[in-house]
Ligand binder design. Sequence first.
Ligand SMILES: Nc1ncnc2c1ncn2[C@@H]1O[C@H](COP(=O)(O)OP(=O)(O)OP(=O)(O)O)[C@@H](O)[C@H]1O
Length: 324
Amino acid sequence: MCTVRGLVKTYPAARGRRGRPGPDPVRATDGIDLDIRRGEIFGLLGPNGAGKTTLVRQLTGLLRPDAGSVDLLGHDLVRHPERAARLVGYLGQESTALDELTVSLAAETTGRLRGLDLRTARAERDAVLDELGLAPLADRPLKKLSGGQRRLACFAAALVGDRPLLVLDEPTTGMDPVARRAVWAAVDRRRAERGTTVLLVTHNVIEAETVLDRVAVLERGRIIACDTPSGLKELVGDEVRVDLVWRTEPPLDVPEVAALRDAALETGRRWSLRLGPAEARAAVAAVTGGPAFAALDDFTLATPSLEDVYLALGGGRAQGLVKA
Ligand SMILES: Nc1ncnc2c1ncn2[C@@H]1O[C@H](COP(=O)(O)OP(=O)(O)OP(=O)(O)O)[C@@H](O)[C@H]1O
């Protein structure tokens, strides 16, 4: 469906202010190879600045790579970037272009721009707005909607005028659970009924685990792993995630607790640890059985998540990944 080889993009150094040296050039994609299969939901996961948006802008013909090739359904998109418009439905991070239009007109106009006649564009518009529960907002201008509603309206527009590849850059940012579910149901329906392929950019690991068939983990412009979510999780074997939440301060006077601290990733009152099964059992026994228990607010044991995989791969900035 889509084959990418050796994709490189370097943003040139900016000029510094008042003669001072500016920031260095950034190699935002650094030799990317990818194979996306027809009908799969393929994810790009990585922290802020990893190069995800730069990569998808090259795959959608919006940004010319310095080197490398992009083949989409037999079309060379580096040589013919204009062909991407017929093959790709793209939902970018910004939506200002549609802000002045009503929800209804945004969807209809997108259909018309994609070559639908007026009747078909209106019929598809109505179907998509109904499907996503947007009919009550149809006559409202996008700029007067909430962030999550606006995002859903832009997603609706991206679905009008069917395209074989949907590229969605963090589509559910700011959406409530009902809207999120509507988005994933709409994606699933298109995949089942039309074989639509989806490339999803995200740094939400929970969402990535639940909706993706395969995922590429991107860091500093390079793919550091690519597999199914469960295949990636095998990389961390039988490790267990132990989360401890303290009421106030952790009881560091308890030696077992003090010993756990070195291995813990601390976020406020929460300690997250990745431990082997025996160590996890010992840690739980130590904090629930002894004097530490009085200081404990909550604890959970869980199987590894994609975030654990990411940490195990050496992604030092996993804090940039969203966990809820
Ligand atoms: N137009 C630009 N000019 C210069 N540098 C840029 C430009 N756009 C992005 N960059 C840099 O390229 C790198 C990759 O950015 P990119 O937007 O592709 O990351 P991302 O993974 O999509 O991040 P996020 O999760 O924050 O959206 C970053 O270091 C960023 O600062």
